[in-house]
Design a protein around this ligand. Sequence first.
Ligand code: ADP
Length: 344
Amino acid sequence: MRPIHPRQLILLVTLAIGIVAAVTTLVVTGDPGLPRTAQAIIVGASALLVSYLVLSFVLRRFIQDRIRGIYKTVQGLRGAADAPAVGISDDALGRVEGEVAEWASARRSEITELKEREKFRREFIGNLAHELKTPIFNIQGYILTLLEGGLEDEKVNRDFLTRASHGVDRLIKIVEDLDLITKLESGVMDLRLHRILLHDVVEEAMEEVELQAREKGIALLDKVPEDLAVLGDKDRLIQVFVNLFVNGVNYGRPGGHCTVSVDDLDERVLVEVSDNGIGISEEHLPRLFERFYRVGKSRSRNEGGSGLGLAIVKHIVDAHGQTITVKSQEGRGSTFAFTLRRAR
Ligand code: ADP
């Protein structure tokens, strides 16, 4: 059944009042000067008019007050001032119903988003604690062993101190990466885009990883043309290459390589960093750029990674307005490819 409109309700009620007044006049009273029917019509019409005016005024006030209450609740801080004025001919309640439904659906998605953020935050703190635990326990173990007599033992004291120091390096790396990723995410770190020679950027990054690569017997190869200029933030791009090279070395095989090459895409260039290391199986690829995501739970932790390297890489590439993808085959190697704008 269709809900009755306020105006219809008032008309029905006033009509009833008019009829009752007219009938009562007809039955009960009588003015000798007027015919009784005319008298009844006058009384009935006056009662109808007066009751219509009174009822519409009262009903309008009533609806306005109620709606104001609902708006106050729904709009919280915005207050009742925003409640629209209603006339009795408006479908005010229908309008309020629509707005409340809209409000409820907005709140629902807000709650879902908050729940997701909460889950993300919990996971993040859990992952962080997990990452920090390993080096802290290692350092604690070495120090305790040294305190319990290892310090006097010439065969282990230097070795254990060196290992403890590596643990501290690892902690510093995690904290530095976290700091960087937070700055990138909060937009504190603005990029300074300049015309830069990509070949030089790659060379500088290679210098930083050279020692590690040599120790592992992995060749770092720069196949970027020397005159290729791109638009980018030099320091941040060096960071991108360092992170990719470190992975190329950590997950590479002795005698292997990690190579940078470029492909022409008109306005942009496609930069590829590929290695012939252990590779990554397909199911891991979609989540590879997430913070703390690891393929083998223990494998990279043993290599000293913070679990944030690729997340940082993706952030920097995104901040350049470009995209990064990965292709990999387990046992054969990986290729990380991202675009950069060419500088004229
Ligand atoms: P980390 O290396 O510190 O663990 P990253 O974010 O750099 O963190 O990498 C995430 C994971 O992706 C690594 O744990 C590793 O399993 C995998 N991975 C990254 N780069 C390579 C690569 N070149 N070859 C094989 N696996 C890789």
